[in-house]
Design a protein around this ligand. Structure first.
Ligand code: FAD
Length: 225
C-alpha cells in the first residue's frame, strides 16, 4: 500500500512538496489549507510578477539559528533547473529571477495544474487544529474532519502579509509538543511623520542609517512613509 503524507498548508512550499512527493515517490498526498484557495501569498510576490529567487544568494544575508544550514540549502538547490523540471521557465532580470510570463497568477495556475495532474488532493477551508503522534503515523484533527497519515509535513508559513487563513500557529505546535517561538517581522515598512506624499512611488538607491544601523539598498517612498 502507498504511504500517505498529509501536508498542512497550501502555500508554495506545501504545493511544491506535494508535486515532488507524487512525481518521485508516488505517495498518497493530501494538502489541507485553511484559506478558501491555495497559493494566496504567492500572488503577492514581486508585486504580482512573482519574484522567484535572487542570483546573489549568500550565507551572509541570513541570521539566527538557521545560519549553519543555509549553505546546504541554497548551494545544493538549482532553482532554475528545478522549476524547468516541472515546466516553469524562468529568466533573470538583473539579480532577480522571474517566470517568463512575469505573472504570479500564471505561476499559481501552473503549480495547481501540475498538482492536479499528479493526483494531489487539495482540501481548502480546512484548518488543522491539532496533531497527535500515534504508535504508527499521525492523527490530524481539522475544522471539518479528522485524518490519519503515515507522515505529516507542517508548512504553515508565517503571518506575513496577513494572507494566511489562520492567526495562531502556537496551538498546533503545542499539540505536537514541539518548541515554538513567536515570529517577528524582519522586512517591514516604516511609518514616518511627516510622510512626503508627493514622493509616493519614488525609489532611491543609497546607504541608509537608522538608529546607528546602516543598510545599502533601495528606498521606496510611500504615502505613509
Ligand atoms: C506582500 C509580500 C510580498 C512578497 N514578495 C516576495 C518576493 O518578491 N520574492 C520572494 O521570494 N518572496 C516574497 N514574499 C515571501 C513569499 O511570499 C513567502 O516566503 C512564501 O510565499 C512562503 O511560502 P510558504 O508556503 O512557506 O508559506 P505561506 O505562503 O504562508 O503558506 C502557508 C499556508 O499554510 C496555511 N496554513 C497555516 N496554518 C494552517 C493550519 N493550521 N491549517 C491549514 N492551513 C494552514 C496558510 O493559510 C497558508 O496558505 C512576499 C511576501 C509577502 C507577504
Amino acid at each position: 500500500m502507498k504511504k500517505k503524507m498529509i501536508i498542512i498548508g497550501g502555500g508554495i512550499s506545501g504545493i511544491y512538496l506535494s508535486i515532488l512527493l507524487k512525481k518521485y515517490l508516488d505517495m498518497d498526498v493530501v494538502v489541507l489549507e485553511a484559506n478558501d484557495k491555495p497559493l494566496k501569498k504567492l500572488l503577492a510576490t514581486g508585486n504580482g510578477r512573482c519574484n522567484l529567487s535572487n542570483k546573489n544568494l549568500d550565507k551572509s544575508h541570513y541570521d539566527g539559528e538557521i545560519k549553519p544550514w543555509v549553505n546546504d540549502i541554497i548551494h545544493d538547490f538549482d532553482i532554475v533547473e528545478a522549476l524547468k523540471d516541472i515546466g516553469l521557465y524562468t529568466k533573470y532580470m538583473g539579480n532577480l529571477l522571474y517566470p517568463y510570463s512575469e505573472s504570479a497568477k500564471a505561476v499559481q495556475t501552473l503549480f495547481l495544474n501540475r498538482a492536479e495532474e499528479y493526483g494531489v488532493k487539495i482540501i481548502c477551508d480546512e484548518e488543522v487544529l491539532a496533531i497527535k503522534k500515534m504508535k504508527q503515523g499521525y492523527f490530524i484533527h481539522a475544522s471539518h474532519k479528522d485524518y490519519q497519515a503515515d507522515y505529516v509535513t507542517i508548512s504553515c508559513g508565517t503571518p506575513a502579509g496577513k494572507l494566511s487563513g489562520i492567526k495562531d500557529r502556537r496551538t498546533l505546535f503545542n499539540s505536537l509538543k514541539v518548541d515554538y517561538r513567536p515570529m517577528r517581522p524582519t522586512i517591514t515598512q516604516l511609518i514616518t511623520t511627516p510622510a512626503y506624499k508627493k514622493l509616493k512611488g519614488v525609489r532611491m538607491k543609497g546607504e541608509f542609517t537608522l538608529n546607528g544601523h546602516t543598510e545599502k539598498g533601495e528606498l521606496l517612498f510611500t504615502d505613509y512613509g
